[in-house]
Design a protein around this ligand. Structure first.
Ligand SMILES: Nc1ncnc2c1ncn2[C@@H]1O[C@H](COP(=O)(O)OP(=O)(O)OP(=O)(O)O)[C@@H](O)[C@H]1O
Ligand SMILES: [Mg+2]
Length: 394
């Protein structure tokens, strides 16, 4: 493991270069400081003034278009169930076709009201308007007419990583090793942008397989920024906040104390990487009790190299470089350390994952950021079963 880490360090310089390249994007993130830790005082206040709030906090930088409800009804054929593409804690997601601009989109309809729902809506609109990166999903627009709250995103034709890894839909093939590493690389780039380039840093807080969306070439983008928080600044080591996130993906120290750092995202990255290697969902009560929690099951195996091969997803049919499997497990183990301060930085994780993504079995599966950049130029209440707040046990 240590030898692999050294190799990662030697690549740090390349990483720094890419950071510099992204520095031009920093000015866009300055405005984030004005709203990301926003605390809306009353329910009626933010319901009434949500559009004003977006305008005020966005300080003229909001690129997302305002849609009226009628336009989104037309785009989704009155939210026709045939156009339903998914459902999460926020509400239902429909495929839609906008007339102006002429574009296929995903329309997410908020079905829960109240303080948390509106706060997440506002944070999502502002975050995604101000943070732009090839590996963050693009927010095309939003609607806040009357009680309606809708978010309009670019459409990601391959859905989420969850759809291809943990709930493989009919007619879908299991992901091969190269594609898994490519997706891990894209997601790592998105997180590294939030931690190291955004100023102040942004803690994503909801890194999980269903929030990693895939385009037609399996380039991955992070979605769902409603829970994102500003990282600590100055002398502070953490931000204190109500525990939010999804059961199984939350770092233990954050779940226990509410103290949030960028290392909480590193833990969640480790969980998703482990899911990608093993093909197993982090929490699955249908497994034998000692295997219900993937991380608890994996911890002793991380210490025994002879068990590594048995941890790989059987659907990979052993088609992966064994060394890469070992190294990927080593990265996951480092990210999943109990003590947050021992976990690596996102820049180190990215270097390690990029190294793995380059080592292909056969064929091509590179995370193509340059292609994406070219494209760019041209153109609440947690009421889901697996979401947690501070009342639930970890
Ligand atoms: N932009 C998009 N393009 C294509 N499909 C999408 C898009 N956004 C969401 N989806 C689909 O809708 C599903 C539900 O997404 P949603 O973010 O509402 O919930 P979730 O992430 O599954 O759960 P949670 O609300 O707990 O975070 C996703 O898993 C994905 O399959
Ligand atoms: Mg989601």
């Amino acid at each position: 493991m240590s030898c692999f880490l050294l190799c990662c360090k030697s690549k740090e310089r390349i990483n720094k270069k890419s950071l510099k390249k992204n520095v031009k994007e920093c000015h866009e993130t300055k405005t984030i400081g004005s709203f990301a830790n926003i605390s809306l005082k009353t329910d009626s206040c933010k319901r009434k003034y949500i559009v004003d709030e977006i305008t005020k906090f966005g300080k003229g930088n909001i690129t997302a278009k305002y849609f009226n409800y009628r336009e989104l009804c037309a785009a989704t054929e009155n939210f026709n169930p045939d156009n339903l593409i998914g459902e999460g804690g926020f509400g239902r997601v429909y495929k839609g076709h906008l007339k102006s601009p002429d574009q296929v989109v995903a329309v997410k309809q908020l079905d829960r009201n109240g303080y948390q729902g509106n706060r997440e809506f506002l944070v999502e609109v502002l975050m995604l308007s101000l943070l732009t990166h090839p590996h963050l999903v693009k927010l095309v627009g939003y609607c806040a007419e009357g009680d309606h709250r809708l978010l309009v995103y670019e459409y990601m034709p391959n859905g989420s990583l969850e759809d291809h890894l943990l709930e493989i839909g009919e007619g879908r093939k299991p992901l091969d090793w190269n594609t898994r590493m490519k997706i891990a690389g894209c997601a790592a780039k998105g997180l590294e942008y939030l931690h190291d380039v955004a100023n102040p840093p942004v803690i994503y807080r909801d890194f999980k397989a269903s929030n990693i969306l895939l385009d037609e070439n399996f380039n991955a983008k992070l979605s769902d920024f409603g829970l994102a928080k500003l990282g600590p600044t100055g002398e502070k080591t953490h931000v204190s906040t109500r525990v939010m996130g999804t059961y199984g993906y939350c770092a233990p120290e954050y779940a226990q104390t509410g103290q949030l750092t960028t290392k909480s995202d590193i833990y969640s990255f480790g969980v998703v990487l482990l899911e990608m290697i093993t093909g197993k969902r982090v929490i699955d009560t249908s497994r034998p009790s000692e295997e219900e929690n993937l991380v608890v099951w994996a911890q002793p195996l991380f210490k025994d190299k002879s068990k590594f091969a048995s941890m790989a997803d059987p659907l990979l049919e052993e088609k992966f470089p064994v060394k890469s499997l070992y190294q990927a497990l080593a990265v996951a183990a480092m990210c999943l350390q109990e003590d947050g301060s021992c976990r690596p930085l996102m820049s180190d994780v990215l270097t390690a994952i990029e190294f793995l993504a380059k080592k292909k079995v056969d064929g091509e599966a590179n995370c193509n950021e340059d292609d994406d950049e070219e494209k760019e130029d041209s153109n609440g209440d947690n009421n889901t079963s697996d979401r947690v707040d501070d009342k639930k046990k970890y």
